[in-house]
Design a protein around this ligand. Structure first.
Ligand SMILES: O=c1ccn([C@@H]2O[C@@H]3COP(=O)(O)O[C@H]3[C@H]2O)c(=O)[nH]1
Ligand SMILES: [Zn+2]
Ligand SMILES: [Zn+2]
Length: 238
């Protein structure tokens, strides 16, 4: 995990992750703190083979400008950018264009090898790494996608509590591990609260790991039942 913090956390970096598949590395979300986190980990930015994003908020895409510029002008290559089709235009037009537009560079394709992926469709992104984007509610009017990874690992975007989704993933689809957005104090409004997650049956809670938390997380250690916290700069194997 490059970071496990909420958008406004100061002691935790943005909730962004590296997924390792065979010899390749995919960056899942690239927030404003992503490059600093890579630096602290000693992982050169040039070793990122591919990027996948969940939604357009700065803690999830705010590092894309630096990534694009470094890849193009420092390393001279285009990383793969896997992106749910509905996010491609807003990512360029509403987020990146202001910084990246210049005479010879006028679209996402000038910086990335763009591969559009479809919500609800399982796609192999890299050998050994398949994802299904699942559209999940976050902010009214804003598209946001959580990911079912290799059929058994659910990695949430920022999302409002959706117990039916979690029940279906566990009981019908055999999901074994859930990394879930968690706002420690109510009201959640655009996120899922700890209280909401603690209302789930034990059979679901035991698969849940909490991320995207604020700076008060130490006060909640030991108070999350069977659910565990995902820790920054830890590597998990499933
Ligand atoms: O309608 C809104 C829009 C935004 N926000 C805050 O801004 C943050 C943006 O990043 P985030 O999605 O990780 O978390 C969001 C919230 O903390 C909010 O409370 N209500
Ligand atoms: Zn966020
Ligand atoms: Zn968000």
């Amino acid at each position: 995990m490059l970071g496990t913090g909420s958008a406004f956390a100061k002691t935790y970096l943005n909730t962004n992750a590296l997924l390792y598949a065979n010899q390749q590395t995919l960056l899942l979300d690239c927030g404003v703190t992503a490059s600093q986190s890579l630096y602290r980990l000693g992982k050169p930015i040039e070793e990122i083979d591919a990027v996948l994003i969940s939604h357009i908020h700065a803690d999830h895409v705010g590092g894309m400008e630096e990534l694009a510029f470094q890849m193009k002008f420092v390393y001279g290559r285009k990383p793969l950018l896997f992106i749910p089709e509905p996010l491609a235009k807003p990512l360029w037009e509403s987020s990146l264009k202001g910084g990246l537009l210049q005479d010879e560079c006028a679209s996402l394709d000038d910086y990335f090898d763009v591969r559009l992926i479809q919500p609800g469709t399982r796609t192999e992104l890299l050998p050994g790494l398949a994802v299904e984007p699942i559209q999940t509610a976050h902010i009214p009017g804003k598209n946001s996608y959580s990911y079912l990874i290799n059929d058994t690992f659910f990695y949430s975007a920022d999302l409002v509590f959706n117990p039916e989704l979690l029940r279906g993933l566990v009981e019908e689809r055999g999901c074994t591990t859930i990394f879930h957005d968690c706002q420690l104090k109510p009201p959640g409004v655009v996120h899922t609260t700890l209280e909401e997650l603690m209302s789930l049956p034990a059979s679901i809670q035991e698969r849940i790991w909490l991320m995207h938390y604020d700076d008060t997380k130490p006060q909640f250690e030991g108070k999350t039942g069977v659910m565990r916290f995902v820790e920054q700069h830890e590597r998990y194997r499933f």
